[in-house]
Design a protein around this ligand. Structure first.
Ligand code: ADP
Ligand code: 5SP
Length: 504
């Protein structure tokens, strides 16, 4: 029996799945919650030690005998986080995360140093956006000089967990492309962008070597014993959570599209070559499967529905009943859900806006629906850029916590006018990490297995959860989405460059 495991360190929790690749069944799964430290300046941070504790808790929840049968492990992690590590491997401070907008002022100067955003895209395929790793370095230099002074290595969240597991500092192209420093065309660090970020030091020396997606490393005996794993476990290259969710939803060949409704909302398509937009309408990332992964990310997805539910004192698990009692368009409400700034559309200094309030719609059900619609329209806004560039899709694979909501699944089918499939393995990023581990294991045994073949064999959809667009609702959402776009145009200047001046 070949048993593999996948670990996903998301924003809100760490999740583990243990998978029997011969019987094609998930034998066990576990999760452990994570806290987030938020600041009024837009900062969003976590202590990397909390990821390690949560990883320990996940393994401890799995039967000891089963843990010993795990042959390979893959690690997925929230993208873009900045984990500063010293020469000895000690973490020097909290990790600034993908949703941290406190470093948005540091983005412009990096791009200006190479000649502006267009030149930056020419160099690396991507502009330096708020949330990407790059701007966190000058912020650290300015605000945490003691961390900057001792900084030896910059690791991404999944690189850090790999480091804890193997003692090796390495990264792979998928997550590395989310730093902003990787030239996604050549798959090498851009020396020019590194120098633009910090002219005073050899930043390249702080970045770990890049390994191929099918690489694997030995687990350290000490951590293997501590987690109750065999000392023979191979740890695969791992990747960013979206890259791993791509593997776990079968988005490893052209024409496939996956949407994830997590703390962030994402939409990504696999490509055999780099797909760069000269205007930076999408993130031109690499995949963690050897290819590329053009991606749209909204910073405010389930974080918005969750905040609204919390405000009214109910759980998102009970949100569907409220949505079902309302109509597409939320009775005229428009919710621009940019609670902590936004990446798509690019408004890092944006804030949420609830418009169209009238006596008949000032109710929790309508406001909750408007929040879910707003989060969905932001993704549709990104999808429109994919379609305008000629990309074509005939189905959406839907994953992430929000896909638990039947109302949200149907809303996606209707707003995008496209059938929705829901993978049977709901923890797609953890499952993708397990599949990558299986792939690297078979490669290390000299087999010529491809990830596309593995995905075809192991990724299944749950026929009970899929949904098709409903023509009447598709028609009803069209004007509501146009209204969202008009409101977006109206508020854009307010949040474009700097916070609005205080009223006199
Ligand atoms: N039935 C549901 N309806 C709406 N949202 C849900 C539902 N179940 C879970 N969620 C949301 O899913 C989110 C967690 O999703 P997940 O993909 O695990 O996030 P992350 O990877 O960012 O930690 C939570 O914000 C939660 O509110
Ligand atoms: O920043 C991005 C993608 O570019 C986010 O998608 C993060 O990778 C966090 O993911 P979740 O915790 O929401 O799954």
């Amino acid at each position: 029996m070949t048993v593999v495991a996948g670990l996903d360190a998301g924003t809100q929790s760490v999740k583990l799945v243990v998978y029997d690749a011969d019987a094609r069944v998930v034998l066990a799964s576990a999760s452990a919650p994570l806290d987030l430290t938020s600041g009024d300046d837009g900062s969003r941070e976590q202590d990397p030690a909390a990821w390690v504790d949560a990883m320990r808790a996940c393994f401890a929840a799995i039967d000891v005998g089963l843990r010993h049968r795990i042959a390979a492990l893959g690690v997925s992690g929230q993208q873009h986080g900045f984990v500063p590590v010293d020469e000895a491997g000690q973490v020097l401070g909290p990790a600034k995360l993908w949703c941290d907008t406190s470093t948005s002022a540091q983005c412009g100067p990096i791009m200006d140093a190479v000649g502006g955003p267009a030149r930056c895209i020419e160099l690396a395929g991507n502009p330096i956006l708020a949330g990407y790793t790059a701007s966190k370095l000058p912020w650290t230099r300015e605000h945490r000089p003691e961390v900057y002074a001792r900084l030896a290595t910059i690791l991404l969240p999944h690189d850090y967990l790999n480091f804890v597991l193997t003692g090796e500092r390495y990264c792979e192209h998928g997550d590395a492309s989310g730093t902003g420093w990787l030239d996604v065309r050549t798959r090498q660090w851009s020396a020019e962008l590194l120098a633009a970020t910090d002219a005073g030091r050899d930043l390249g020396g702080c970045l770990p070597p890049l390994v191929d997606a099918d690489a694997s490393f030995a687990i350290l005996p000490g951590i293997a014993t501590e987690l109750g794993l065999s000392r023979d476990v191979r740890v695969s290259a791992g990747g960013g959570d979206n890259m791993m969710a791509a593997i776990g939803t079968g988005c490893v060949s052209e024409g496939r599209l996956t949407m994830s409704l997590g703390t962030s909302g994402t939409l990504f398509a696999y490509a055999d070559q780099p797909i760069v937009d000269p205007g930076g309408a999408w993130a031109a990332f690499c995949s963690s499967s050897g290819g590329w992964l053009p991606l749209i990310c909204t910073m405010n997805c389930t974080v918005v529905t969750e905040q609204v539910a919390k405000m009214f004192g109910f759980s998102t698990r009970d949100g569907d009943a409220r949505i079902d009692a309302t109509q597409p368009g939320a009775d005229g409400l428009t919710f621009l859900p940019f609670l902590n700034g936004e990446r798509t559309p690019d408004l890092p200094l944006g804030k949420g806006v609830l418009a169209g309030l009238a006596p008949h719609n000032m109710r929790e059900a309508q406001i909750y629906r408007a929040a879910m619609e707003g989060a969905t329209y932001s993704l549709r806004y990104g999808y429109d850029a994919f379609v305008a560039a000629g990309m074509q899709f005939d189905r959406i694979a839907l994953t992430g916590g929000g896909a638990n909501s039947a109302a949200w699944r149907q809303m996606v089918a209707d707003v995008f006018d496209c059938p929705v499939d829901v993978p049977a393995q709901t923890e797609s990023a953890a499952f993708g990490a397990a599949l990558q581990a299986l792939w690297s294991l078979s490669r290390s045994r000299g087999e010529a297995t491809t990830l596309a073949a593995l995905a075809a064999e192991h990724v299944a959809v749950d026929p009970a959860l899929g949904c098709s667009p409903d023509p009447e609702r598709v028609r009803a959402y069209r004007p509501a989405y146009q209204r969202f776009l008009r409101h977006l145009d109206a508020v854009r200047p307010l949040y474009a460059e700097s916070p609005p001046a205080p009223l006199q």
